[in-house]
Design a protein around this ligand. Structure first.
Ligand code: TMP
Length: 216
């Protein structure tokens, strides 16, 4: 069976991690072998980079350029260590964020040159491109409300990227819209402001189509 690569994208609090878990459960229910990954991270090297990017106080002075390269160092490792071997074995790889996050956050959010960002991504991933990307969208108000309630329910862990201001996240959201408009076949937008089950049904309709197209 052909391997399939599915990625999830969205701003903070979009609910994509919940949707990743539900999709994986459903695919495994069909008897498929599914590998679930996240970015940055997913490998031992990547998880160390994730800590540096998100939580380490040594990173307070991190430049946007260093952030771009670290995100892609983690990605280069993940692609070669896990994603390509899994796809070659015919597995389904589901990744919570992939290169569209870099375009949205470092390109549009941090306002780095988009051509340079694209070149770095290309170097990191080569030909390994998702078959389907699910962009879960929420309004800034929903995103902020979900982040607030998450912080109330979980022990506080500082997150450098989440500390950015509203204007940054508005640019990220606009960046995602541009990405989806540029590649409407690969990137499917899903309205994440609805209930978990409705969002899941919408996601499943896209995945079902991918599964049937891939067995033709
Ligand atoms: P998350 O696992 O909670 O989504 O955290 C990952 C954070 O890293 C999130 O704030 C988005 C950010 N990010 C980037 O800025 N660029 C990237 O390429 C990736 C993969 C994530």
């Amino acid at each position: 069976m052909k391997g399939l690569f599915i990625t999830f994208e969205g701003t903070e609090g979009s609910g994509k991690s919940t949707q990743v878990a539900l999709l994986v459960e459903r695919l495994r229910g069909l008897g498929r072998t599914v590998r679930v990954l996240r970015e940055p991270g997913g490998t031992p090297i990547g998880e160390e980079i994730r800590h540096t990017l998100k939580h380490s106080h040594a990173s307070d002075a991190m430049t946007s350029e260093a952030e771009l390269l670290l995100m892609n160092a983690s990605r280069a490792q993940l692609v070669r260590e896990l994603i390509r071997p899994a796809l070659l074995k015919g597995e389904i790889v589901v990744c919570d964020r992939f290169f569209d996050s870099t375009t949205a956050y470092q390109g549009y959010g941090r306002m780095l040159d988009l051509t340079a960002v694209a070149r770095v991504i290309e170097f990191a991933v080569g030909p390994t491109v998702p078959d389907l990307t699910l962009l879960v969208t929420v309004t800034p108000e929903v995103s902020e409300e979900r982040l607030r309630s998450r912080q109330v329910n979980l022990p506080f862990v500082r997150d450098r990227i989440e500390e950015a201001d509203r204007a940054f996240f508005d640019r990220v959201a606009r960046g995602y819209e541009k990405i989806a408009a540029a590649e409407p076949e690969r990137v499917r937008k899903v309205d994440g402001t609805r209930g978990v089950r409705e969002v899941q049904a919408d996601i499943w309709s896209h995945v079902e189509k991918l599964l049937s197209d891939s067995t033709r």
